[in-house]
Write a protein that binds this ligand. Sequence first.
Ligand SMILES: [Zn+2]
Length: 96
Amino acid sequence: MSSERDRRRMLRDAHKAEHKRAEWDLLGLDREQLDDLLDHVEERLADTDCDHTLRHSRAWADAWSVPWSPLEAGLLANGAGCDCEVLANVDPDERV
Ligand SMILES: [Zn+2]
């Protein structure tokens, strides 16, 4: 039996999922690409410190033939102005 509270929770979860999808749309990436981007950037930053640019993200975009300027705009809109901020701010599982 579903209570009013359950119903509200369901609506809220649906809203969250919707919000996340909108975020990915903003980035112009599907979930698989976003995961791959985060893996790529994390790997690169394991070897070297972030140089406060989005160069690793950009290299990834080039490798995937993803147009860079809309992706860059989407990352900036998500609060990611450099590669380490991509890892910090663009987590598809934690960010709501
Ligand atoms: Zn950084």
